[in-house]
Design a protein around this ligand. Structure first.
Ligand code: HEM
Length: 430
């Protein structure tokens, strides 16, 4: 194991859910923190993790330089448990390139169309699973935004939804316990799904080829197609499909789930629900931030590439390459100060906490991260969530059919929580 000097306490017998069966991945680490303090080491599956939860430890975590302790590498190591390596190789337009000037307006206008389509599908009354609804909406908006012409409706849409539900990178942290089986299968189902994505996107590229000589296409799909324009046809098709796939997979990791929790929470808070239904965008933003905070299950991880000094406020450690430095949002988001266990959208002022006086550090609480790796999609995601909440709640009267507040998938250790069971919502046109 890579050295950490001095060595913090080693959490004996504790493992991560990719490596050993655990009942509740977050509770396991919470118990370790109770037993060993705010900084401790977990050795699991041949890897060494330095977990940190103190105020300065978390601040030091967010300040780690990418060259020494990499988020990109940590994400790759996590996602490759589920996704075939070829999805990551040779990418030209990455998910971080999604938010150029003008892009968000396009995505939000696609969301408008997707919402109209959603209401058509829902009809006047019925019952729908909250998270199935938001997931399908996320697919439709995303595929309209970056998957090329004709892929957000009809057979192409259904085919891509099926493929992406198999090729869902977030399974790596939502169902970590299933990753051994994915490895044992040689990622056969995922490779077949990627081939399917390639066929559908390849056909869209041909449609696009017919139009590109007339007008330079500045849409995201146009930029992706242009990035591969110098390649022979077969390389271009695979390259474009790979870029679209990785972007769509990145978009699937949090947004639809966060929107689902915002709906669940608003359904349970009629006063705020009515104000949002009446179009209060500022409140809708705050509700989206608050539900996301409470639903956070994210492990935040950095892979150490060069020796790095890491201070947790009590001790400065030298951490050798090969370790992962990590913190876990659910262990700080609801316990770092008084009152954090309750849903209170008014704690947010714009995108920040209105009052941080009860916190040892403002960085102990977050929905979208801190520092230079914080989410580049935050403004877009909040705008999209608010728009969807206002549209759905103003179109329908909704009544929760769950009898107790939904609980997250227990093994999940990353991203925004997925509900462990069905969350049926009855609706009737207002
Ligand atoms: C409610 C929805 C979302 C939430 C709660 C969320 C949350 C986060 C968080 C907490 C981080 C920081 C992770 C870290 O520091 O380790 C992050 C980073 C990131 N997110 Fe999001 N995210 C959301 C939506 C999206 C969407 C829709 C996309 C893209 C389509 C996206 C793309 C990214 C990227 C590319 C990064 C990495 C930034 C970097 O490394 O510098 N996110 N997100």
């Amino acid at each position: 194991m890579p050295a950490i000097t001095p060595m913090p306490p080693l959490a004996d017998g504790v493992g991560l859910p990719w490596d050993i069966a655990v009942d509740d991945a977050v509770a396991e680490l919470a118990h370790a923190r109770d037993a060993y303090g705010d900084t401790f080491v977990v050795d699991s599956g041949g890897d060494r993790y330095l977990f940190t939860f103190s105020a300065q430890g978390v601040e030091s975590f967010y300040a780690l330089p990418e060259a020494q302790a990499s988020k990109g590498v940590a994400d790759f190591l996590m996602l490759r448990r589920k996704l075939p390596d070829e999805i990551f190789l040779g990418r030209r337009i990455l998910p971080g390139g999604l938010f150029r000037r003008g892009d968000v307006a396009t995505y939000l206008s696609n969301l408008d169309h997707a919402l109209v389509e959603t209401v058509t599908e829902l009809g006047d009354a019925g019952t729908v699973d909250v998270f199935a609804l938001t997931r399908r909406l996320g697919h439709r908006m995303g595929l309209a935004s970056w998957a090329g012409p004709g892929n957000d409706t009809g057979d192409n849409f259904e085919r891509l939804v099926l493929a992406f539900d198999t090729l869902d990178g977030s399974d790596a942290f939502v169902h970590p316990d299933a990753m051994a089986a994915v490895a044992a299968s040689g990622k056969k189902a995922e490779r077949a799904a990627l081939a399917d994505v390639g066929e559908v996107i390849g056909a869209a590229l041909e449609l696009h080829n017919g139009t590109e000589s007339n007008d330079p296409d500045d849409s995201l799909f146009g930029r992706i197609a242009a990035a591969w324009a110098d390649e022979p046809d077969d390389v271009r098709r695979t390259g474009v499909a790979g870029d679209v796939a990785l972007i769509h997979i990145a978009s699937m990791s949090n947004l639809a789930a966060a929107l689902g929790w915002a709906l669940v929470d608003l359904v349970g808070h009629p006063h705020e629900r009515d104000l949002v239904a009446a179009g209060d965008r500022t409140l809708a933003d705050r509700c989206a931030l608050e539900s996301t905070r409470l639903a956070q299950r994210s492990i935040m991880a950095r892979s150490v590439l060069e020796p790095v000094e890491f201070a947790d406020g009590t001790t400065t450690y030298r951490v050798d390459p090969g370790s992962t430095i990590a913190t876990l949002l659910p262990l700080t988001n609801t316990s770092a100060g008084p009152g954090l266990t309750t849903w209170d959208p008014l704690r947010w002022d714009r995108h920040r906490l209105a009052d941080t006086s009860g916190l040892a550090s403002a960085q102990l609480v977050t929905s979208f991260g801190h520092g230079k790796h914080s989410c580049p999609a935050q403004p877009f995601s909040l705008a999209a969530m608010s728009k969807a909440l206002i549209h759905l709640l103003s179109t329908y009267h909704v009544v929760a059919q769950w009898t107790s507040y939904p609980i997250p998938v227990p093994a999940q250790i990353g991203g925004v929580a997925r509900a462990a069971g069905p969350c049926p919502l009855a609706y009737r046109r207002a």
